[in-house]
Write a protein of this length. Sequence first.
Length: 174
Amino acid sequence: MKNHEPGEDDPAGRSGCDSRGRCFFRSRWMLIALAALVVFLLVRQPVADLIRAPQLAEAAAEGWADRWSEATEAAQQTDKPILVLWTDSRRCPPCRLMDARTWPDEGVRAVIHEHFVGLRLTPDHADFGELGGRFAISAIPAWVIISPDGQELNRHAGFMGASELQKWLLAIVE
């Protein structure tokens, strides 16, 4: 940090000098580059997670039922409630965020596989509209927990983080 006489312009034409002549940044470009680096470091992982969200969600949904009929049959055989999830990773930012952060969580996956029969419905799924109408789904992401005999036990709409979802699911089965 080079000092200049008060009121004297920086001889190299650099900005960032105070009234005492102390120069903190060599140029505006250094300040801009520093700000860009900070922004990059803060957002790179969340952006990377959102880009990979559909792949993460597909991996997390392994072991879930593919159709409503399959889910109801499995629920009756195992005496577990059905967790039906309505989601759309292509058009729903909260759904993408849950795909990236909530569903891959090992604790969430363990609770679902131990206590529920999962059914993940996306807009291109055959049961999406029919079951959405039957259970009056008006927002996504949405979950409805259904007993093996077909009665609705609980529901939630909107984003939930991994720990919040895990607590909600455990409160239902206890």
